[in-house]
Design a protein around this ligand. Structure first.
Ligand code: FAD
Length: 489
């Protein structure tokens, strides 16, 4: 008879969600065995956690060998392999080497894969894991112009990080970085677009991502296992990388467009299409891109940064797993999927519970960590017969990052999400210094965008959470002469 190895908990994925889940299972249930199956050779470790506010932490993220997790958590075993099949009725998973593992509780934390335009086109690159970063860095050497497609955090960071190169930035929205900020904040940042990045040499103030060059290569190879990808990168994926082309920096923003066609040089010449020129002397380019506004740009290569899709296909066959509209595994408030004893966390899942007024899912590092931790608690509680309540972090959406060198904090319904335009905006704006926007409904704060060193995140977090009536303050709420922190902290 076929040998099946038994574990109490099996966690699939060595990214932030999976590793956090395994760590918390060890804390909660150290006497029970946990197996982590990771398609990437290196796993992600969260270190130096510092609370910024009640719902927002700053932390370092490092790529570590599997032994790190095993040493920290002796009841955890890590294997480097990829799950090929889930047999939910038998409570068992099979990996590509043929081994089978039976679980009492399973957590799927397999992340997401990039939605890439023209994936098989050799002129298209994308950034997701260590392997793709290495490829991107190699392509940058000697490049004169790139065309970046996408308007989220990765595209925005890339526009800022690459130097000595012409960039055509094609976005489908009316303003840049629309996933994270409103048109006003985009205007605030727009003047920074054409500036070369200033290397302050100072320490990074946010989550730090460290990768050893040797490990990059072995991780990249590991990432290829079973077709599964390595873990998604995160903040500071670019630190320590030389992302320099061989031209003068210049950014051309093309709004409300998508890519219509990618043309090889021969095809472009035969097409008779007119080239959009950015300078008097247009060289021959390795590839040409026609946008939906009819403009055709030549470039060295195209970067696709157009979002991600949950990476869950391997688990679907023969099982009854419900998926959300975005393809993620649908989970309830106990992080359970529609299959018994199967949980999911991080980029791979889609919350199907009735969400708190000011929280929504965004596939971010912070949420992967929060969900991984909460999923562990739910699995443990279910096995031990304990009652637990939904974690407080799901009360308020909060995210901290940096765009164009500015600290960016976004809280709650920062873009008026779900308010159907029925809200007022309070704004404070000092060019080159800070941009503060509050979304207000009936004098109560629903969300906020803070750019620059405002130090208002904690106060605003409280105001959104406690829904205090602020009508009497009117516009003075953002009056720089009124010290609102003292009022409300
Ligand atoms: P992942 O980190 O993707 O981990 C998935 C794991 O599952 C990997 O170990 C993978 O190898 C493994 N796996 C996949 N399939 C299988 C299988 N079949 N069997 C076994 N193992 C499998 N977020 C932020 O909050 N801030 C940022 O600034 C930010 N910047 C980003 C920049 C880049 C370039 C990218 C790509 C993402 C960025 N993100 C950022 C998003 C963030 O990285 C992800 O939301 C987060 O890493 C998701 O964590 P996860 O554990 O769910 O998935």
């Amino acid at each position: 008879m076929e040998k099946v190895e038994n574990y109490t908990y099996v966690v699939v994925g060595g990214g932030i969600a999976g590793v956090t889940c395994a760590e918390h299972l060890y804390i909660l249930h150290p006497e029970e065995s946990t197996l982590v199956i990771s398609a990437s050779a290196l796993i992600k470790a969260v270190t130096n956690v510092l609370p910024l506010t009640k719902t927002l932490d700053s932390f370092d993220v490092e790529e570590r060998r599997a032994e790190y997790l095993e040493n920290q958590c002796p009841s955890v075993t890590v294997i480097h392999d990829a799950v090929e099949r889930l047999y939910a009725k038998e409570q068992c998973v099979q990996v590509s080497s043929g081994r089978k593992f039976r679980y009492k509780k399973l957590c799927i934390c397999t992340g997401a894969t990039p939605k890439v335009i023209a994936q098989d086109n050799p002129h298209v690159v994308w950034i997701r894991d260590t392997e793709s970063v290495c490829q991107f860095q190699a392509r940058m050497k000697g490049a004169r112009r790139i065309l970046i497609v996408g308007n989220g955090g990765i595209a925005t960071e890339m526009v800022y990080e690459v130097t000595g190169i012409e960039i055509v930035w094609a976005i489908k929205d009316q303003h840049m970085t629309a996933t994270f900020i409103d048109p006003g904040a985009a205007e605030f940042l727009r003047s920074e677009l054409s500036k070369e990045k200033v290397d302050t040499g100072g320490p990074s103030k946010r989550q730090k991502y460290t990768v050893d060059q040797k490990e990059r290569v072995s991780s990249a190879m590991g990432g290829a296992m079973g077709g599964a990808m390595g873990g998604a990168l995160g903040p500071d994926w670019h630190s320590g990388l030389e992302l320099r082309g061989s031209n003068q920096r210049r950014v051309t923003l093309e709004k409300e467009v998508e890519v219509r066609e990618i043309l090889e040089p021969d095809k472009f010449r035969q097409s008779g299409k007119e080239l959009t020129r950015l300078s008097e002397e247009e060289a021959d380019w390795p590839v040409y891109v026609e946008l939906t506004n009819g403009k055709v740009y030549g470039c060295d290569f195209i970067v696709s940064a157009t979002g991600v899709m949950p990476n869950v296909d391997k688990f679907l066959m023969g099982n009854n797993l419900s998926q959300g509209e975005d393809g993620g595994l649908l989970i309830n408030e106990q992080m359970e999927t529609s299959e018994k004893n199967v949980y999911a966390a991080g980029d791979a899942c889609t919350p199907g519970w009735e969400k708190a007024q000011h929280w929504f899912q965004m596939r971010l590092w912070t949420q992967a960590r929060q969900m991984g931790s909460y999923a562990a608690k739910c699995m443990w509680a279910s096995l031990s017969g304990e009652e637990i309540y939904m974690d407080f972090c799901f009360e308020l959406f909060a995210h901290a990052t940096r765009f164009f060198g500015y600290k960016v904090i976004i809280l709650g319904l920062f873009n008026g999400q779900g308010l159907e335009g029925k809200y007022e905006i309070l704004l404070r704006y000092t060019k080159g210094m800070e941009y503060i926007k509050c979304v207000m409904v009936d004098g109560r704060m629903q969300g906020a965008v803070l750019l620059g060193e405002t130090d208002l995140e904690e106060t605003f977090e409280n105001l959104i959470l406690n829904q205090m009536d602020l009508s009497s303050y009117g516009e003075d709420l953002l009056n720089p002469d009124v010290d609102i922190e003292d009022y409300f902290d």
